[in-house]
Each structure stands twice: as C-alpha cells, then as structure tokens.
Design a protein around this ligand. Structure first.
Ligand code: OGA
Ligand code: MN
Length: 289
C-alpha cells in the first residue's frame, strides 16, 4: 500500500489496497494517518458489495443514518444513494447530486460527520458526459484570511440548517431542482450552531467551518451584519476555489474529512439516458469545538 499525492496541497491516491478484503490493523492505521494528512483519499478500481463498503467505513467509527430517509438504500440504511435514475412514474430514484453548492456533509446536525466515503457504482460511459466533484481545504481557507478577519471571527458561532428553503443564497439546481423537505424532516433537522472557526480534533489545526449550502447566519449578530460577514467569507472561499477536482471512474471510492474540507458537485446533473449512480456512507463525528 502506498500514497500518491493527487495535487500539491490536498488529496492522495491509496494504491495497492483491495477494500473488499479485511484490512489489517497496521495497514488501517497507516490509512487513517494518511487521511489526516491528505484530507481526501482516493481508492481506485474497487469492486465492493454494499456490506464491504459499510464494513470498511465502520473502521473509522459509527455510521450515520442520513435524516433524508427517502434517499437511503432499501435494506442498507447506512448507504445514501445519489443517482440521476428515474422511476417508472418519472420521479427521481434519489437525489441526483449530493450538492452543487460547497458544503461539508451533515454540518447541520449537532455532531456533524467526521468523514464520508463515496463509491462510484455507475458512471456514464461517454467521456463527454460527466459530473465531477471538487474539494477545498478549509484549513487553507482559514489560514489565508487576513489577521483582522481572524480576530473578528473569534468566539462567533454560525447557524447551519438542512432545509434549502431557509437559505436565500441557494438558487434551484440547474434552475429547476429543489429538494422539498417534509414537515417531519424539518422537525428532525432544526437549525444548529457551531463555532465559525473549529479546531480539528486530531491535527489540532484551525478550520473555517462554514459553507454556502448550510450556513445561514451568525448567532448573536443582527441579521444584516451576520449576512454581510458570511458574504465576505463565501467570497473568500469562492476566490480560493477548489484544490482538487475528481473525474469519476466506476469503482472509485473517495473518502474525505468533513471536519476540514468542503466539497461540491461541479456542473450539471448528468442528463438522461446516461446514468451516474453513487452510494455514500457517512461516519459520525463529535460536536465541533
Ligand atoms: C456527497 C456529495 C457530490 C457528487 O456525496 O456528499 O456531495 O458529486 N457528492 O456526487
Ligand atoms: Mn456532500
């Protein structure tokens, strides 16, 4: 097993590791160290059953069951399905993309995810049809803020919410898709607050913990002042852009650290009749501090 960096700043491909086989403790501990060092890890050419995907993910900790129950794989609630496939009645099998807008998975819960493991089950065969995913280091986003801004952020907490209708910064995806949340889902995912600047529990480095997808305000600031501050932070992130963009191949498994990276699906949802089908496990994390 060896690591091959994916970009100068973030990411590594883990080579010569078959995740369908049990991974011994020594190898696993090297993988976990690499995860903390590189923030995102790519395992190419995997052939995984649902159970193998879940079993490898569990090595990192307990798994989350995503609150949007309609997207879970029947019989395997640990797996969130992302697919552009349609049912016979024309409705979507699941969400067609996990997020066109920058985000960190499940930042809208009290104890947000430590990391996600996304596996490409099916991707379009036509090389001209694709939907990439890109990642940005939020260590880098914090470190490149002006000192005056770092001081302004000290002690502030940001409000995160799942329901898109509470986030006026988000236009519908491709001008048409908008997830409608049921009253029950809204009740189970009320807004929560987290430190704007969090400390990664393992590396102890500081992270700018906000995203345009889920962060809608700043606690204890008047709305206009909070919005203006968030606009500045989102502009800063937009200026920096992504650090690694991935073109998916079938059998890729990508794992990322939700505590120190943001990610997004780039471009449009894959058009019919092409199929992009992914499945994701989400490892539970701790309350940010
Ligand atoms: C996710 C996600 C983006 C994509 O799985 O959490 O945001 O490109 N996916 O599918
Ligand atoms: Mn996501």
């Amino acid at each position: 097993m060896n690591f091959e960096p994916l970009s100068p700043s973030i990411g590594a491909e883990v080579q010569n590791l078959d995740l369908s086989q049990p991974v011994n403790d020594t190898t696993f501990s090297a993988v976990r160290d690499g995860f903390h060092r590189y923030q995102i890890l790519l395992f190419r050419g995997q052939t995984l059953t649902e159970d193998q995907h879940i079993a490898f993910s569990r090595r990192f900790g307990e798994l989350e069951i995503h609150p949007a129950k309609q997207y879970l794989m029947p019989g395997h609630p640990e797996l969130l399905v992302l697919s552009n496939e349609l049912k016979a009645d024309g409705s979507r099998v699941s969400i067609a993309d996990g997020g066109i807008d920058w985000h960190s998975d499940l930042s809208f819960v009290r104890e947000p995810s430590l990391g996600s493991l996304l596996y490409a089950v099916r991707v379009p065969e036509d090389p001209n049809v694709f939907q990439d995913t890109e990642w940005a280091s939020m260590y880098h986003a914090y470190e490149t803020l002006p000192e005056s801004m770092k001081r302004r952020l000290e002690g502030l907490r940001a409000v995160h919410v799942f329901d898109q209708d509470q986030n006026p910064r988000l236009p519908p995806v491709d001008g048409k898709y908008r997830d409608k949340h049921s009253a029950d889902l809204k009740a189970r995912t009320p807004p929560v607050s987290h430190p704007l600047v969090r400390t990664h529990p393992v590396t102890r480095r500081k992270v700018l913990y906000v995203s345009i997808r889920f962060t809608i305000g700043i606690e204890n600031l008047p709305k206009a002042a909070g919005d203006a501050l968030l606009d500045e932070l989102f502009e800063h992130q937009a200026r920096l852009g992504g650090s690694y963009r991935h073109r998916w191949r079938k059998g890729d498994l990508m794992m990322w650290d939700n505590r120190c990276t943001n990610h997004r699906a780039v471009g449009s949802v894959v058009p019919q009749p092409h199929i992009r089908r992914m499945q994701r496990t989400t490892v539970k994390g701790d309350a940010p501090f």
